[in-house]
Design a protein around this ligand. Sequence first.
Ligand code: NAP
Length: 315
Amino acid sequence: MDKMYDVIILGAGPAGLAAGLYAGRSRMNALLIEKGQDGGQIATTNEIENYPGQVVDEEESGPSLIARMTAQVEKFGCERVSDTITSVELTGDVKKIVCTGGEYEAKTVIIATGAHSRPIGCKNEGQFVGKGISFCATCDANFFEDLEVFVVGGGDSAVEEAMYLTGFARKVTLIHRRNELRAAKSIQEKAFKNEKMNFMWDSVVEEVNGPDGVLSEMLVRNVKTDEITKIEADEDDGIFGLFGFIGFLPNTELFEGQVEMENSYILTDDNMCTNIPGVFAAGDLRKKSLRQVVTAAADGAIAATQALKYIENAE
Ligand code: NAP
């Protein structure tokens, strides 16, 4: 720990990568820490059609957009480390980030650790994650080639990912707790036209089971009538898929007790400043009205620009 960075950016999703780009371009001594692959939720999103300039065709996807963002960050000289953050000390003038593989210090920190999928919330869920239950269509769709698949949720993610799954599964049924979708009308229109798509309205998954250790049974409750429907895998299949897309929870546990939050979302002002001087937050973990790649990238750009101003004012 002999180096003092101008800024350490936590997380390499669209917010962190945009912050890395702006920090690098402004010649800040910047370090970007990511524990897994770049891109956060976008890395597992098949189709992005609303990021400005991103045109959906066979060559374009979430990963391809992220690959370009990563290359751009590298081009402008932001340092990278692959490590898992275990604790942070943010309140002093020198910010300390403790990781499994080492400790890092900086004058400023940009928190961009993103969010993770909200669990479906049914009985026995944990036992079947990776054994029938998934939260990533791009990662797991091919396991369900020609099988039956169920998708929980009614937002943009659920409907788009369900349609992606129709390219693999024999039949895809969307289970939604209301009788109308939250997804954008343009996305809904495509789904209603898709012959492989089916809909179970006013329904929630109560319990999942599988005597052989893989998901082969579930109980679905109609929230209006309380009627329970038992769904069983086709005998020849022995398994069905259950994908959950019911929103996200912010990855902010590490910052609890230091950074001000509301319902686990970090509170910032318009300049991405948190309650701690020199600590900024960007992306989906922030309390805000629209969580999209474009707003995450904008947050990252603002946070890096403000981090530079903070350092200049302190000198
Ligand atoms: P979302 O918009 O928050 O939708 C979550 C869906 O899950 C809703 O339909 C909700 O039902 C349902 N839900 C929530 N909690 C549930 C529970 N406990 N049990 C059952 N169902 C539950 O989440 P999202 O679809 O992941 O989208 C997140 C953000 O990313 C949104 O801003 C979205 O617009 C954006 N996004 C955009 C695109 C795109 O523009 N192409 C693609 C993906 C995501 P209710 O409707 O009844 O509340």
